[in-house]
Design a protein around this ligand. Structure first.
Ligand code: 2P0
Length: 325
């Protein structure tokens, strides 16, 4: 009853922003991401008959705070499914997602935890079933089951059985790069979970966001299949700006941007003026991710590293899905 799994994080090109069911983590909109090879979590889950409670370590340190509660509640899903109530587990996670880079480590974290738990309990889940389980740990994590380009279909049902991710193109379909631009920034004060809820509940711009999504999703998929970088980049950048606009229409209003966020956005726009195709996307935090093509790497990195307020630039290629160690 022991297994180790490795999962990579992902960056959304079409953002997941809002839930229709908070308990089951059912989204209001479908989303689409690229899995990244630079950042991952490796997790070992060992269910043992003699344990009195779950034990969770992250980077070799025992965790007892709210993150522990989230893990142990999540393991209950698997215990109930496998009819192993009362069998506790040792969970050891190593996180290679630099928190400063502003990637949600919950994506790779819950994907690795789900995969290792399912394997340890010999559940023999399909990828769709595993993605559905993973979704209930953290929404964006359900996309990290697969490598390459991945769509999370929101589904229609109230029970969430049709809300899971599928791969739309494998890792070797297209070699694009993502630079995570780390800013000398302070901690964010609105978590993505709270931020998306406030937006759904109060933002006067939320309907506009939802209305615009089916077209973005359809067109970006066409762009990915055709490896049309300018089409994909332009849609991703516009989609990110729309997501962030919804936060300004919320009450109380908020933004994840800092002054340096905008400086980097302007650097990217300037790269395009110099005929280098580069596009930005931003998650629920101040850091900016920049999409570009391999042949432009040196020029893109030079420009980003020399932008004021940038402390580090971390490069990633397209990554693969879950693997077992
Ligand atoms: C995304 N984000 O699609 C979007 C874009 C942030 C902005 O998914 O509440 O950690 O655990 O389902 O997945 C971050 O939210 O939220 C996120 P929960 P999650 O990647």
């Amino acid at each position: 009853m022991r297994a180790t799994a490795k999962a990579h994080t992902n960056i959304a090109l079409i953002k997941y922003w809002g839930k229709r069911n908070e308990e089951l983590i059912l989204p209001t909109n479908s989303s689409l991401s690229v899995t990244l090879d630079g950042f991952y979590t490796e997790t070992t889950v060992h269910f043992k008959e003699d344990l009195k409670r779950d034990i969770f370590t992250l980077n070799k340190e025992e965790i007892t705070n709210i993150a522990y509660d989230r893990v142990t509640n999540y393991l209950d899903l698997f215990r109930n499914y496998a009819n192993k109530q009362g069998v506790f587990a040792e969970v050891h996670s190593i996180n290679k997602v630099p928190t400063a880079a502003g990637f949600a480590s919950s994506a790779s974290g819950f994907a690795a935890l789900a995969a290792a738990s399912a394997k340890a309990l010999q559940l023999h889940l399909t990828d769709e079933e595993l993605s559905r389980f993973t979704r209930q740990g953290s929404g964006s994590a359900c996309r990290s089951i697969y490598g390459g380009f991945v769509e999370w279909e929101k589904g229609q049902r109230d029970d969430g059985m049709d809300s899971f991710a599928i791969q739309i193109a494998p890792q070797d379909h297209w070699d694009i790069r993502v630079a995570a631009v780390v800013l000398t920034a302070k901690e964010k004060d609105v978590s993505s979970r709270i931020g998306m809820k406030r937006t759904v509940d109060t933002s006067v711009f939320y309907d506009g966001w939802l209305e615009s999504l089916p077209k973005d999703l359809q067109e970006i998929k066409e762009g990915i299949m055709a490896c049309d970088f300018e089409k994909v980049g332009a849609i991703a950048e516009a989609n990110c700006l729309k997501m962030h606009a919804t936060t300004l229409g919320a009450y109380p209003p908020f933004t994840y941007w800092q002054d340096t966020t905008m400086t980097v956005m302007q650097t990217v726009q300037q790269l395009r003026k110099n005929n280098i195709p580069a596009y930005f996307t931003i998650d629920a935090g101040p850091n900016v991710k920049v999409l570009y093509l391999p042949e432009d790497e040196q020029r893109v990195l030079d420009k980003l590293q020399n932008t004021e307020g940038v402390s580090e630039v971390i490069v990633s290629k397209v990554g693969n899905g879950i693997s077992y160690v």
